[in-house]
Design a binder for this molecule. Sequence first.
Ligand SMILES: NC(=O)C1=CN([C@@H]2O[C@H](COP(=O)(O)OP(=O)(O)OC[C@H]3O[C@@H](n4cnc5c(N)ncnc54)[C@H](OP(=O)(O)O)[C@@H]3O)[C@@H](O)[C@H]2O)C=CC1
Ligand SMILES: N[C@@H](CC=O)C(=O)O
Length: 428
Amino acid sequence: METIKIGVVGLGTVGTGVVKMLQAHQEKISEITGRKLELACVVVHNLKKHEQVDLGDVQMTDQIATLLDDPSIQIMVEVMGSIHPAKEYITQALQAGKHVVTANKDLIAQYGRELVQIARENHRDLFYEASVAGGIPILRTIDNSFAADRIQRVMGIVNGTTNYIMTQMLTKHWSYDQALSSAQDLGFAESDPTNDVEGLDAAFKMIILTQFAFGMSLSLDHVQVQGITKISPEDIAEAHQLGYTIKLLGIAEEIDDRIAVSVGPVLVSDQHPLATVQNENNAVMVTGTAVGNTMFYGPGAGELPTANSVLSDITTVAKNIALNTTGNTFNSYRQETVLATPEDVVYPHFIALKMRDVPGMMMKLTAIMTRAEVSFSRIIQNQLGDGNARVVIITHAMNDQQLADITREIGEQENMQLLASYKVLKNA
Ligand SMILES: NC(=O)C1=CN([C@@H]2O[C@H](COP(=O)(O)OP(=O)(O)OC[C@H]3O[C@@H](n4cnc5c(N)ncnc54)[C@H](OP(=O)(O)O)[C@@H]3O)[C@@H](O)[C@H]2O)C=CC1
Ligand SMILES: N[C@@H](CC=O)C(=O)O
């Protein structure tokens, strides 16, 4: 049986899982692909850190040239993360005639088109299943199984770290710092977790999902992004009291041929399947015109779940090599990017305010809402004990322009402060 040699760049959470799975499932992969896969080298940044790691005959190096300059290595697996030098390594690998598998969503979301072009020019494969929702095979599913359907919306929990943090805070009453530190220890968080908690990691994944589902290419400034760092315990408790769970949701939806993409805390009805997704698990709901609602659930981060997605890409490349059909990248669906306007995006909202507890304040708030043509659906008021009250409103459906008008007017009031505003998702 012919051998395909593989070089892996990165031996952190995902790289370790890839090496383990390549070694453990060798026989099955050979049977499926008709090729023996051989791990030839592993490239790391700091060799000293890995002194205790036993890779047997496999060479460990801190020199990327060992991999790039070896023509016998046919597949490079990039699991080191960040933009530079990962982008340069992938470019050089493709130009040197290697196929590339990566888990790097930051890179694919921002430079995916350029890298796909380089892969095509060099007739090489480029796959990145692990870049979205870790262990859930969502990209290949959208690419293959939704090819003929018209997708209306892709929505879900696509960051494991934040879902893990919020689950621990709600169920075990851990502090934010304690939960984040645990997510880091478990290998879910990015090396710099800012992107996780500020919603950027989820935004990169939504950019990739939008490309697959709608064929439209977005940049980060096309996505409305809010993280979890400003969610307060009061927000969580009041949402709970009203029958909702707060989740960091990515939503990409087509509204009259225009696209709206956002990432932010959303109140999800406790009856909604997304409300039940706990810990580092992710879930992606894809709504198609023909099929209706579908939901894909599983671990969104972690060593072996993510490695499994990387291995599915490696296996695909190996099959393509065996069949002499390489030169494939993921989906080639392309549509002109047309963005929705703030008037297009319509949701009920949870709005929390602090205001002086004196006569007339509620009338002022009602007047602001009336001017924006928004009505209340539910309202709670709690005294803060310092002469102020915390008021929480669930509005009827309103658009982003109405929300912007309300936010501006509240900001102009004395004795009234907007504390939070989140979308509300009612039904499946
Ligand atoms: N962790 C997860 O659950 C998931 C991660 N991903 C993505 O997978 C990728 C890897 O993530 P993860 O394994 O968590 O990251 P880690 O931080 O755990 O590991 C990164 C690895 O890359 C190596 N590395 C960093 N810079 C270089 C360099 N210049 N040259 C060679 N090696 C380098 C590091 O080397 P050294 O050890 O010597 O410092 C380390 O071994 C990222 O793109 C991430 O977004 C995707 C899905 C899930
Ligand atoms: N940091 C990411 C890892 C997977 O993409 C997450 O927590 O989801």
